[in-house]
Design a binder for this molecule. Structure first.
Ligand code: FES
Ligand code: FE2
Length: 431
């Protein structure tokens, strides 16, 4: 069967939750019907990450984003509040803001010059005499997105006006987000904009599956391990040993993470090592957090927040699906606030070295995504296995916890994917 012929009528059947052999059908990556349904049932109905508040410090600051295929403006109005507006002129539908980010006190549609304030109000129309005197401008502002919520500076929107709250959506992963913020003794970050970005000819879920994949590193990133050995920073053996430590966690609501323990393990986050090197940082951290909290904070985690956000040690990663086989990824490097500049400088250089456009890591991952996207067109076998460690994973506090190389988080992604893809399609906004 060609991979584009779905195995069954329901999208849910594309995920086989067999207790011994969890599998996904290759068409989840290639079928345009699957992609369209994902845009409606996932991106138009889930909490989707759009920005960090540090990107919009002043009234008039804005950025534009795509939520699924829908253009949205995130903007701070002179009333101090942040608004999320559909980027669609109320006249004949042109986007009113074409820039990716900037500063402006209004948005002027360039087609016929209708003008909107940063809160969406229609404040001007060219040649207004062409409309009757009682034309009510207040009815024709840019439409506001139904829900916009801020969690510790991370802004999420939801295009559906009902469904779980952001609190409910984040609940299973919230404590790990809190630990991630805790690497700053004042628990704050500042994004360095613009992001660096890459696009690859593959499905968006390939990036989602890879950020917490602890299995591939010794193979895809072997060249990186050899570079570390040549530069005498570490040996291949050491790095491979460190990569066995920690765990992989899957959660409900599609979240998951890869975790390396804290301490002086070079594969862990910078936190513990930098506390050893910078007494002022150690002092600030010890004043703010307990010993137990510091152990958790020092762990390095790649945290996936379903469906489009990754929190990494050095950057926030945003996945932007564009088509079945086209995805953009944005990497926002950030400063941890309240720590010595030298630590942040080291983080930036470390980021460039592994994740940057000329880095030793991320480009190899991207290459693999295109190899999967090509491979799943092959006929014969149409199922991909994500059952690694299924026999040995354990349930802990509602999580599925496995060895660091196990596919526990990937299974969580697809368990949730399966659920939302089959849920109530009749309630899709705009249908
Ligand atoms: S489409 Fe915007 S003013 Fe006409
Ligand atoms: Fe990788």
């Amino acid at each position: 069967m060609a991979v584009t012929e779905r195995a069954a009528q329901s999208f849910a059947d594309l995920v086989d939750v067999d207790p011994a052999e969890f599998r996904i059908h290759g068409s989840v990556y290639t079928d345009p019907d699957v992609f369209d349904a994902e845009m409606d049932r996932i991106f138009a109905r889930s909490w989707v990450y759009v920005a960090h508040v540090s990107e919009l410090p002043a009234p008039g600051d804005y950025k534009t984003v795509m939520i699924g295929l829908q253009p949205i403006i995130i903007t701070r109005h002179e009333d101090g509040n942040i608004y999320a507006l559909y980027n669609r002129c109320r006249h004949r539908g042109a986007v009113v803001c074409r820039q990716e980010r900037g500063h402006s006190n209004f948005f002027r549609c360039r087609y016929h010059n209708w003008v909107y304030a940063n809160n969406g109000d229609l404040i001007g129309m060219s040649q207004a005499t062409g409309y009757p005197d009682d034309f009510d401008r207040s009815e024709y502002g840019l439409v506001r997105v139904p829900r916009l919520t801020n969690y510790r500076g991370l802004l999420f929107i939801n295009l559906a006006d009902e469904g779980p709250s952001l609190d409910e959506h984040l609940a299973p992963v919230r404590k790990y987000i809190d630990y991630w913020f805790g690497r700053s003794p004042i628990e704050g970050i500042d994004l360095l904009v613009p992001p660096h970005r890459y696009e690859y000819p593959g499905n968006w879920k390939l990036q989602a599956e890879n950020g917490y994949d602890g299995y591939h590193g010794n193979y895809v990133h072997l060249s990186w391990q050899r570079v570390l050995q040549l530069s005498k920073e570490s040996t291949v053996d050491e790095v491979q040993r460190y990569r066995q430590e920690g765990c992989a966690r899957g959660m409900v609501n599609g979240h998951g993470l890869l975790e390396r323990p804290g301490s002086l393990n070079p594969a862990a986050s910078w936190t513990a090592r930098m506390m050893g090197r910078y007494p002022e940082y150690a002092g600030a951290m010890k004043q703010r957090f307990s010993e137990q909290e510091l152990v958790e904070i020092s762990a390095r985690r790649n945290i996936f927040v379903f469906p489009n956000l990754y929190l990494f040690d050095t950057h926030i990663r945003v996945i932007v699906p564009k088509a079945t086989d086209k995805t953009e990824v944005q990497l926002y490097v950030y400063a941890l606030k309240g720590i010595p500049d030298k630590i942040n400088e080291g983080r930036y250089r470390g980021h460039e070295r592994f994740y940057g456009p000329a880095g030793f890591g991320a480009p190899d991952d991207i290459e693999v995504f295109t190899e999967v996207q090509t491979g799943v067109h092959a006929k014969g076998n149409v199922w991909n296995l994500i059952n690694r460690g299924q026999h040995r994973e354990r349930r802990e506090n509602g999580e599925w916890v496995g060895h660091t190389t196990d596919e526990a988080p990937q299974r969580s992604l697809y368990r949730h994917w399966r659920q939302v893809m089959e849920d109530h399609p009749e309630s899709i906004p705009g249908r």
